[in-house]
Write a protein that binds this ligand. Structure first.
Ligand code: ATP
Length: 441
């Protein structure tokens, strides 16, 4: 089994991710997040927001609509740049204009190509109730434009001054020709982005792109991605998107091979977006610099990451199969997820489910620890099985209340990674766990 299959199987078995509309045979390119997946996803979003907005005084947030005036997509270039007949490589997923190709194989990786299609990446929807008067709109193909069309609103309604950024998270939709590799390429997915406005100056742009490249890499490292599994790849001039003056991808190395895959894009968009929206809307989108008394269209440094891709790679990067004893059967799957991301921060067990005193004390401990975050409760089967379950979903600590606990008012705390156990006084448990979990960014 390759790592995608292993993660797919674990994700479904344990309630992280299910195929969308599963009982109807699914809908290609859509996925539903189960009870554990939704916790993991929320934790990723929480830490994105905390480090990109709450901890900074030069970034504000926005939550734009998914449905936008169709003119937005004319201005952004999405309608125009997606109207040529294209072929897509079935293995590297790069797209090429059919009329520029010389042979039947992908010019990049020699993979097999799809037949040419006149396709538009944007998904269509109809707005309105009266047949014949409905208006065609598009589900947003990227969350970026929601920020740029609100640039003037944000400048006018808050006290932001350049350089400053607007961060946003939310769903985007694309009619991908070849969705696949689990959630890696979906038709409905979530993005986490920052559009950072800087002076219209090459040096300034270079300074900030360097800054944001480092920041974003650090963000993934803080959340536990292994250093050797991330790298930057600079786009060559001819592969840059229509809006980009400079472009770098943060790429992730898929475990078990040398395949690097895009996780996040960091781009210098110049004044492409504001310029185009100014033209198409007829509204003045220039920024007035109070110091120099000049008006100009700022440039934009963008960091654009996929939340679902991030989640998939966090799962892959933390996945381990380990022998825990001498015998072949004594093995475990353990997700060494950062405690910041782990769906449950700890699990609490009464040693035996049929001893009311143990259950009562364990319940008390469980309720006491709830202030930390999500805590799991398990009283089924034997203790070894419960440990295996929690290892497999990445719970950093398991707290067991046993007979000694009744006299000594303490409990066993077992560490997911080292499997070591220590006894901790029940009154100290919350502090002990908080100190070890280090949940703040
Ligand atoms: P790709 O080359 O993989 O199609 P892209 O370069 O078109 O991606 P961007 O438009 O830069 O991607 O989007 C920013 C981020 O959004 C990507 O780095 C990725 O993490 C995420 N993303 C884009 N398309 C998808 C998709 N179909 N499914 C899941 N995530 C996606």
């Amino acid at each position: 089994m390759d790592i995608f299959e292993k993660i797919y199987s674990l994700a479904k078995r344990r309630g992280f991710i299910y195929p969308g509309s599963d009982i109807y045979g699914g809908l290609a390119g859509t996925w539903d997040y189960g009870p554990l997946g939704v916790l993991l996803k929320q934790n990723i979003k929480k830490f994105f927001w905390e480090s990109m907005v709450e901890r900074r005084d030069d970034v504000v947030g926005l939550d734009g609509a998914i449905l936008m005036n169709p003119r937005v997509w004319e201005a952004s270039g999405h309608l125009e740049s997606f109207s040529d007949p294209l072929v897509e490589c079935k293995s590297c997923h790069k797209r090429f204009r059919a009329d520029t190709l010389e042979g039947p194989k992908c010019p990049e990786c020699k993979g097999e190509l799809t037949s040419p299609k006149q396709f538009n990446l944007l998904m269509e929807a109809m707005v309105g109730v009266i047949e014949g008067e409905k208006q065609k709109v598009y589900l947003r193909g990227e969350i970026t434009q929601g920020v740029h069309v609100n640039f003037k609103n944000v400048v006018d309604s808050t006290r932001v001054k350049i350089p400053f950024g607007i961060a946003q998270m939310g769903k985007a939709f694309r009619n991908e020709i070849t969705p696949g590799q689990f959630t890696f390429r979906s038709r409905e997915f979530e993005q986490m982005e920052l559009q950072f406005y800087v002076e219209a100056d090459e040096k300034e742009a270079e300074k900030w792109i360097k800054y944001w490249k480092e920041e974003r890499l650090r963000w993934y490292f803080t959340l536990g991605i292994k250093k050797e599994n991330l790298r930057f790849r600079e786009h060559k001039k001819d592969e840059r998107a229509h809006y980009a003056r400079a472009a770098y991808d943060i790429e992730y190395r898929v475990p078990g091979g040398e395949e690097w895959k895009e996780l996040e894009g960091i781009h210098n968009r110049g004044d492409w977006d504001l310029n185009r929206h100014q033209k198409f809307s007829g509204k003045d989108l220039t920024y007035f610099d109070e110091k120099t008394k000049e008006r100009y269209l700022p440039w934009v440094i963008e960091t654009s990451g996929g939340i679902d891709r991030g989640l998939l790679f966090f799962l892959m990067d933390s996945y381990n199969e380990e022998r825990v004893g001498k015998a072949e059967e004594e093995s475990r799957i353990v997700l060494r997820l950062s405690p910041k991301l782990a769906p449950y921060k700890a699990a609490v067990f009464p040693l035996l489910a049929n001893k009311p005193q143990l259950v009562e004390l364990a319940r008390k401990v469980y309720n006491q620890l709830k202030d930390i975050g999500m805590i799991a409760w398990d009283d089924r089967g034997n203790i070894g099985k419960r440990y295996r379950t929690q290892d497999e979903i990445g719970t950093p600590y398991c707290v067991t209340v046993d007979f000694e606990s009744l006299d000594q008012e303490d409990a066993t705390v077992r560490d997911r990674d080292s499997m070591e156990q220590v006894r901790v006084k029940i009154t100290d448990l919350e502090k002990h766990l908080r100190d070890h979990l280090k949940l703040r960014v």
